[in-house]
Design a binder for this molecule. Structure first.
Ligand SMILES: CC(C)(COP(=O)(O)OP(=O)(O)OC[C@H]1O[C@@H](n2cnc3c(N)ncnc32)[C@H](O)[C@@H]1OP(=O)(O)O)[C@@H](O)C(=O)NCCC(=O)NCCS
Length: 180
């Protein structure tokens, strides 16, 4: 964790230097693995999308909480793509990190891999992008620490996340103008 000084305006318009925390992408990056059991699947042995979505929501909660160190809620599932089926007995591995932070919200990206441990073949089986919001003890959205990008991959993911947010805000503005 690092602390940077930001210039803010006080009530009389004077510039004041205030600390804003920042954390590196690697500080909240998380990996979880779970074997898929019969209760996770339908009668043909295909794992339910909802089983995977729940694991995605949980890992995003962990990543966002480690970044913001406060209470977190899921605001939107921006994208959930299932690329190939997952079966009972597969080892499912989810890898997640913060892609971008804005004021009180952040996007977490998840890569989902499945592997039959007997075959040692890893498949990229899904990807997801989730927006989560940090809440203060009163339940109001609160500012999240800045994100320090460490690698070219972090930079690319950050730019893609900013484009997704811009599209989401454009769609919201269009919906509002159509309904007014
Ligand atoms: C998410 C929530 C806290 C936003 O509260 P709000 O009063 O609308 O807050 P604001 O309009 O000030 O927005 C706060 C931030 O949330 C983001 N946000 C709000 N709604 C969003 C949505 N549907 N998708 C993505 N981001 C959203 C805003 O962009 C803003 O981000 P920023 O500060 O980084 O610019 C509120 O809608 C909520 O509590 N929802 C229920 C969350 C929940 O319980 N999830 C679990 C499943 S039910």
């Amino acid at each position: 964790m690092q602390t940077r000084l930001l210039t803010m305006r006080d009530d009389e318009g004077r510039g004041v230097r205030v600390p804003r925390e920042s954390r590196r992408v690697s500080e909240s990056k998380t990996v979880v693995a779970r074997v898929m059991m019969p209760q996770d699947a339908n009668i043909a042995g295909n794992v339910f999308g909802g089983t995977i979505l729940k694991l995605v929501d949980e890992i995003c909660y962990v990543v966002a909480t480690k970044h913001a160190r406060t209470n977190i809620v899921t605001a939107s599932v921006d994208s959930m793509r299932f690329l190939s089926p997952v079966h009972v007995g597969d080892l499912l591995t989810l890898k997640a990190n913060v892609n971008a932070v804005w004021h009180t919200s952040m996007e977490v990206g998840v890569r989902i891999e499945a592997e039959d441990p007997r075959a040692a073949e890893v498949r990229h089986t899904g990807s997801s992008y989730i927006t989560l919001v940090a809440l203060d003890p009163a339940g109001k959205p609160c500012e999240v620490p800045e994100l320090l990008l460490e690698t070219p991959v972090d930079e690319r993911r950050n730019q893609e996340a900013c484009r997704r947010r811009a599209r989401r805000l454009e769609e919201k503005a269009m919906d509002m103008s159509l309904s007014s």
